[in-house]
Design a binder for this molecule. Structure first.
Ligand SMILES: Nc1ncnc2c1ncn2[C@@H]1O[C@H](COP(=O)(O)OP(=O)(O)OP(=O)(O)O)[C@@H](O)[C@H]1O
Length: 452
């Protein structure tokens, strides 16, 4: 292929991807060589090569085959005088290659997400063992347990920890070759190697790494030839005492249609469960993310109690929690208002309803009556002495906070009281909890008891 043809092809790609992406990612590419069906492009930096391979590789390969049908594969090499390329546009993820290897070797890893580092991973009871094990592997010392197998439900931090390990190794141990990819990418590369009759290159590449990290390994279940290749790759690396890190959405023994011989090997090392989040972890993540938002939006005001409210009401995985806070911050900056309880309940009403803990008003009334050691009938009765009125207001406040019942509905369940009485009670407790430590503690205690 001539440079002129390459120039024409780049213009076609510009039309396909748009000026912005073209300028950041395609323009810096130079056509290097075409031999044995492999088209090699030189890239200014490892980072750009990885990102282009991941996001534009198929398009470039398709365009190349239109010019020269002999092209079967695309390869990237960092240019000898690889100057630091201009930082990509903000809208591009700040990823970097998960490989620290000689600049002349082709790039094969999936890029790493700059947000997924140890310092942005909030540790709590549900994930402390997984975090500690990940830290140990990230030291790059002797493989104490092999493989490290992380499993857990959706959005609980498996990929985050995998990237954090890879980042740490790439930055602290540049002598080590770290290869991070999903099981799906492993399969596609294996299939492509078979099609290109390059299976020996494939084997050599996977067996030459120091750390192999495969995300969502459950993907290869039921795919016999991919499982076969994975099995041999796994054994070859373990025999060389190379570290392997695997993640899945369930324990090895529970992965349906995964061969027993693979299951047994995956259980040979340390198998760690990332448990569902608890209130403390959810609150910690929200505080961490809110801090990061404040760095970017210094005028962002989040009123007291909002993060606690979210940590209580959205009792699911971290990804959903992050999404809720992102929506909330975007909404608040659009309307130019501080993030209050009311704004939160308006903005996230759909989410809050879907995660409502099915807490009933009756359950809250019983819990509050027990806590203050009064009869349920007194809690909803007419007596207005403080020893009954305060618990009544606390119960009303918790009903407003933890259920989606309206003020009139809450009033009706408290002896047919008017909604304005409920509103007054809620307001009173909202004021007291900010200046009376006992009230604040009682509220916290009751919330946790109701959440348990
Ligand atoms: N303990 C944590 N501290 C900080 N952020 C977290 C934590 N756990 C998860 N996250 C964040 O939640 C989001 C989802 O995490 P991640 O992608 O690692 O989940 P996962 O377990 O791999 O889920 P899936 O199986 O759906 O891929 C990411 O933005 C991640 O940064």
């Amino acid at each position: 292929m001539t440079q002129e043809q390459w120039g024409e092809l780049k213009q076609q790609i510009r039309e396909a991807v748009g000026q912005n992406k073209f300028r950041n990612w395609i323009e810096p590419l130079e056509f290097d060589d075409l031999s044995d069906g492999v088209a090699t492009l030189s890239v200014p930096t490892r980072f750009i090569g990885n990102y282009v391979a991941q996001h534009f590789g198929d398009l470039i390969l398709y365009k190349l085959t239109q010019v020269d049908s002999a092209v079967r594969k695309l390869d990237f090499r960092v240019a000898a005088n690889g100057a630091e390329a201009p930082r990509p546009a903000q809208d591009a993820p700040q990823a970097a290659p998960a490989r620290a290897s000689r600049s002349d070797t082709p790039l094969h890893s999936a890029p790493l997400d700059d947000r997924f580092r140890f310092d942005s991973f909030v540790v709590g009871k549900p994930n402390q063992l997984a975090h500690a094990a990940a830290r140990r592997v990230a030291e790059g010392g002797e493989t104490t347990f092999n493989p490290l197998f992380l499993y857990g439900g959706v959005g609980l931090g498996k990929t985050h920890l995998m990237h954090a390990i890879a980042w740490e190794l790439v930055e602290q141990r540049p002598d080590m070759t770290v290869l991070y990819l999903s099981a799906e990418q492993f399969m596609y590369r294996f299939v492509q190697a078979l099609r290109d009759r390059k299976i020996m290159d494939f084997k050599q590449m996977f067996r030459s790494v120091d750390v192999l990290m495969v995300d969502d390994v459950q993907f290869i279940a039921g795919k016999d030839s991919t499982q076969e290749e994975f099995f041999h790759t796994f054994n070859a690396l373990v025999d060389q005492n190379k570290q392997i890190v695997i993640s899945a959405d369930c324990a090895p023994g529970e992965i349906a249609r995964l061969e027993d011989r693979i299951k047994s090997r995956l259980q040979c090392g340390l198998v760690v469960d990332l448990h569902p989040t608890d209130y403390e972890l959810r609150l910690g993540v929200l505080q961490n993310r809110a801090e990061r938002y404040r760095e970017r939006q210094p005028d962002l005001a989040i009123e007291d109690g909002v993060l606690e409210f979210l940590a209580h009401r959205i009792n699911t995985n971290v990804r959903v929690l992050e999404g809720a806070l992102t929506r909330l911050c975007a909404f608040a900056s659009l309307v130019g208002k501080p993030i209050s309880q009311e704004l939160t309940q308006d903005c996230l009403s759909d989410m809050l309803r879907s995660y409502e803990r099915k807490l009933s008003v009756e359950e809250i009334k019983r819990k509050v009556a027990d806590h203050y050691n009064i009869r349920l009938s007194d809690l909803v009765g007419p007596r207005r002495t403080r020893c009954y009125a305060r618990p009544r207001q606390m119960a009303m406040y918790l009903c407003k906070q933890l259920t989606s019942r309206s003020l009139p509905e809450i009033g009706r369940s408290f002896g047919g009281r008017d909604h304005t009485t409920v509103m007054h009670g809620v307001k009173k407790i909202d004021e007291l909890r900010q200046k009376d430590a006992q009230i604040a503690d009682d509220l916290e205690l009751l919330r946790r008891a109701l959440e348990a």
